[in-house]
Design a protein around this ligand. Structure first.
Ligand code: FO1
Ligand code: 5AD
Ligand code: SF4
Length: 315
């Protein structure tokens, strides 16, 4: 078999690393109040330097401020302003900053071409293990986000974090839940199958997800999810080229956002573009850049976003 594999040329902006959750596998978070937040002028300098490069997507990825904190509103405002800035400089923002209220999502819809939130895993058993100190990872809360994104017609990315203490049966149940929500709203663009990969900051001591298992999971996910949902895998977390190709053969059609730094997994740098191309081409696959929104969702965009997306499609 052969065909096309896509990726999104992306750069990640981090409004803040501080997070009130303490997921056992996280290598991203710092304690609240430890570091100042990103400033708009720093972001503007960074983004201006990127304008000369072939980057389309700005991924806004953040640690979380508690919904009841007085700092929640300024935090959301910063995220909004960063999206607006990215748009003004010609980029397409995709925000993944944890669970939001319906109103918060509604606001961010006006400055994002798509948004995302990983379900991680729906099994409640993780609430007494890796998610014991992570109220944002309550399964019902995350499912609610997917339903709200559907109601608001936000093109959405979700996914599973594999190897955090769940069983294979749990994978199929989480995938079924995504398929069901999608059949109601038709808003899921892509599902990320993310192998948990240990780093040197996390509190949980466990080996990573075995990447050799990934092709089987992809093949079964491909049967559970409808064909219009793309399965995405992060190539930097599948280190062996043969397993990477096996994942693609099994039905993973997208490699996600690829940029200079994987902020979530800083210990796993991406291959160079040339190396990745060489691996894929050697097996007959073509690697093509894509936008963070699929064409079938363009009609869901507010007019000002529709215009920016059209100009990217015409490049
Ligand atoms: O570089 C990364 N990009 C991540 N992305 C970016 C993603 O690959 C792209 O932003 C989407 O495919 C949209 O183009 C996420 C996006 C989401 O909506 C939800 C989770 C992730 C997780 C990661 C991640 O761990 N590392
Ligand atoms: C942004 C997304 O990154 C994922 N994430 C968080 N920590 C890790 C890790 N150690 N390995 C792989 N993925 C991780 C979670 O699924 C989160 O939702
Ligand atoms: S994974 Fe996200 S929610 Fe969990 S501690 Fe890290 S930043 Fe916070």
């Amino acid at each position: 078999m052969s065909g096309i594999v896509t990726y999104s040329p992306a750069y990640t902006l981090v409004p803040t690393y501080e997070c009130f959750n303490l997921c056992g596998y996280c290598n991203f978070r710092i304690d609240p109040g430890k570091e100042p937040w990103m400033t708009l002028s720093a972001a503007e300098n960074t983004l201006q330097a990127l304008q000369k490069q072939d980057i389309c997507e700005i991924l806004i990825l953040s640690g979380e401020v508690h919904p009841k904190s007085l700092r929640r509103q300024p935090w959301l405002q910063l995220i909004y302003d960063l999206c607006e800035l990215a748009l003004r400089l010609g980029f397409l923002p995709h925000t993944n900053v944890g669970p939001l209220s319906f109103q918060e999502m509604q606001q961010l819809k006006t400055v994002n071409v798509s948004m995302g939130l990983m379900l991680e895993q729906l099994t409640p058993t993780l609430l007494s293990t890796v998610h014991r100190h992570a109220p944002s990872k309550i399964p019902e809360l995350r499912l609610q986000q997917l339903a709200w994104a559907g109601e608001l017609q936000i093109p959405f990315t979700t996914g599973l974090l594999l190897g955090i203490g769940e069983t294979p049966q749990d994978w199929w149940e989480t995938l079924d839940a995504i398929a069901q929500l999608h059949s109601r709203y038709r808003h899921i663009q892509e599902v990320i199958l993310q192998p948990y990969s240990p780093g040197n900051q996390q509190t949980w001591d466990a080996p990573g997800f075995e990447p050799r298992q990934l092709p089987e999971v992809i093949a079964k996910a491909r049967k559970i999810l409808p064909a219009e949902i793309t399965i995405q895998i992060p190539p930097n977390l599948v280190p062996d080229p043969d397993w990477l190709l096996a994942c693609i053969e099994a039905g993973a059609g997208d490699l996600g956002g690829i940029g200079p730094k994987d902020e979530v997994n800083p210990d796993y740098p991406h291959l160079t573009h040339e190396h990745l191309l060489q691996i894929l081409n050697s097996a007959g696959w073509r690697l093509t850049p894509r936008l963070p929104i699929c064409p079938q969702y363009d009609q869901w965009l507010p007019q000002h976003l529709h215009t920016v997306v059209q100009s990217w499609r015409n490049r």
